[in-house]
Design a protein. Structure first.
Lengths: 412, 84
């Protein structure tokens, strides 16, 4: 008799067969009994008309999902078959999940939209106000498309002073979503950007898909700078549009919204200035009228008289001051002239010119006293013009007395 | 350069708002003539400086590449692909 196997041993045998023999595989079907467990793992079944299979998608794998699976969703699952010994069941350990069939993208869109909405990414309260007169605008779009040309043209036409910073990005295909997301944060980090437009021109829903990617939607949401989304045409709505602070139907429309019109702003200025002008004119004419009314009343006469008297007095005072000043000036001039005469008269040359003379000894000393010049010594006599050389004959006391005490004027 | 332009922009914003505020004040409040004259002369200089700032025009586009380098592209009115 064959030895009995334990349940565990038998299950291990089955497990070994299944897991070793079967390579990882793709299975297509419809999801049912979907449960997202609190642990983060997903439990569900996949079925078609003839069969169903238990599936589990662990947290590590389902975290990468673009969309939230739900019952009824058609999808393709990739994974390996494994046996869960405790329940005695085999199941698919799903690594990847792709929606398939008609409307798969729409399903993915709706699923992600619901998830991000729950998280508050589309909350109207989180929207930022757009600046009224931006100075610097960032464009995150393709460098080569018509969209960028349209935007630049409109921006320049409406608001010539706008500074445009373009961050060229891939807008479709592999890597587009990551490029757009980093473009947004690059522009935000550039500095002094008042406003951003993120978008592209029209295309198929697949072409526009990058703007539905979670990474793009999140980077729009966290961006500290107000963003206008402008993806495709009027009829196209992307998740970026929901996260943006404002959705524009087209890139050109985004540019129209982004900046004010110069002509409007100039006429607004003019209007405000004219309001000031009209108001001041009203004020002036009202004041004039009031003044006229007052000056016709008696009340103002006596104060006016007093004012006139005061001003007359001031004039008189002024004139008197003027006269006084003139007199003083004339007097000062006279005095100056007299002083000048006096100084001239005192100069030695002037005195010599009047007939006086200076006498020097031989050694050049000035003779002030007759005794200073010895008899027989040589003296020089300086006259108004020229010098005489003389010899002293003697001293005549009488002559000195006769000519006064002190003939040397300059010693005074 | 950058911060200077920014502060000029703030000034433009403020100047335009201020002109609006003055217009309201002059129309609404019961001001003395002298006060009105003061406001009017402020309005006149605000108007002149706003008009001159608004007349400025940028001629270039800065291209910020993915690697962080910056290129300047002169983009006047002759952009390729203009259909008009």
């Amino acid at each position: 008799m064959q030895a009995h196997l334990s349940v565990s041993d038998a299950t291990a045998l089955v497990k070994g067969c299944l897991e070793k023999e079967l390579q990882p595989l793709w299975i297509e079907g419809e999801i049912s009994n979907f449960v997202a467990h609190a642990s983060g793992h997903f439990y569900f079944s996949i079925k078609d008309s003839g069969a169903q299979m238990r599936c589990v998608m662990f947290r590590g794998a389902n975290r990468r999902l673009r969309i939230m699976p739900e019952s009824g969703m058609s999808c393709a699952l990739f994974g390996r078959i494994a046996v869960y010994e405790r329940s005695g069941v085999y199941q698919l350990i799903a690594e990847r999940l792709l929606p398939t069939g008609e409307g798969a993208l729409q399903l993915a869109f709706d699923a992600l939209k619901a998830r991000l909405e729950d998280e508050g990414l589309f909350d109207p309260k989180r929207k930022q106000a757009l600046p009224t007169r931006p100075r610097r605008i960032g464009l995150v779009t393709s460098h080569s498309g018509a969209a960028v040309r349209d935007m630049v043209k409109v921006l320049r036409r409406r608001w010539p002073r706008i500074q445009i910073i373009l961050r060229p990005v891939l807008v479709q295909g592999d890597g587009a979503a990551a490029d757009i997301a980093s473009g947004i944060s690059d522009i935000a980090a550039y500095g002094d950007i008042d406003l951003m437009i993120v978008g592209r021109g029209g295309g198929s829903i697949e072409d526009l898909w990058a703007f539905n990617e979670e990474i793009v939607v999140r980077s729009i949401f966290v961006c500290p700078i107000p963003i206008i989304s402008a993806v495709g045409h009027e009829i196209d709505t992307t998740l970026s549009d929901f996260a943006a602070d404002l959705r524009a139907p087209t890139p050109s429309a985004a540019a129209e919204i982004a900046v004010p019109d110069l002509a409007d702003q100039l006429s607004l200025l003019r209007r405000n200035f004219d309001r000031c002008g009209q108001s001041i004119q009203r004020k002036i004419s009202a004041t004039k009228q009031r003044l006229n009314g007052i000056s016709q009343g008696r009340a103002l006469w006596s104060p006016l008289d007093r004012v006139r008297q005061e001003s007359q007095r001031a004039d008189e005072l002024f004139q008197r001051c003027g006269r006084e000043l003139t007199t003083r000036l004339a007097r000062a001039k006279d005095r100056l002239r007299a002083l000048d005469h006096q100084i001239t008269a005192l100069s030695p040359t002037a005195i010599l010119g009047r007939g006086f003379a200076l006498v020097f000894t031989d050694s050049g000393n000035l003779v002030r006293n007759a005794q200073d010049a010895a008899t027989d010594s040589e003296i020089r006599v300086q006259l108004g013009a020229g010098v005489l050389r003389c010899r002293v004959e003697g001293h005549d006391q009488d002559l000195i007395k006769k000519h006064g005490e002190d003939p040397t004027v300059e010693s005074r | 350069m950058v911060s200077k332009k920014k502060s000029q922009e703030v000034k433009l914003e403020k100047a335009m708002d201020r002109l609006d505020e003055i217009a309201r004040k002059m129309e609404g409040d019961d001001l003395e003539l002298e006060e009105s004259l003061k406001y009017y002369s402020e309005a006149r200089s605000l108007y002149a400086s706003c008009v001159s700032r608004l007349s400025e025009a940028e001629r270039e586009i800065q291209i910020l590449m993915a690697d962080g380098t910056l290129e300047t592209e002169s983009a006047t009115d002759d952009l390729p692909g203009d259909e008009q």
